[in-house]
Write a protein that binds this ligand. Structure first.
Ligand SMILES: O=C(O)CC1=CCC(=O)O1
Length: 92
């Protein structure tokens, strides 16, 4: 099942910069791992915003929730999920 996921990163003003840098590095490593596994199919920056549009390929809502809620930056993100269905005019 495919899901379009928008993640907006909200950095608290009082966050320790070293802690946030470590979380970003951990997020990058996890994102790369999930991309290599084929779970995180697309990862695009929304131009001009600290936000991304991603496509996840998972078996269920529960698996998506598990993947998203264990991301290192999850506590600092607002997340919007859109389930994707096949368009009848899609040729691939
Ligand atoms: O920077 C972001 O949009 C949040 C994020 C997702 C994967 C990653 O490495 O950073």
């Amino acid at each position: 099942m495919l899901y379009c996921v928008r993640m907006d990163v909200r950095v608290p003003h009082d966050v320790d910069p070293d802690r946030f840098a470590a979380l970003k590095a951990a997020e990058k490593a996890r994102a790369e791992e999930l991309q290599r596994a084929g779970t995180w199919r697309h990862l695009w920056r929304i131009a001009g915003q600290y936000a991304n549009i991603s496509v996840f390929d998972v078996a269920s809502h529960d698996e998506l929730h598990e993947v998203l809620s264990t991301l290192p930056l999850f506590p600092f993100m607002e997340i919007e999920v859109t389930p994707l269905a096949r368009h009848p005019s899609a040729i691939d």
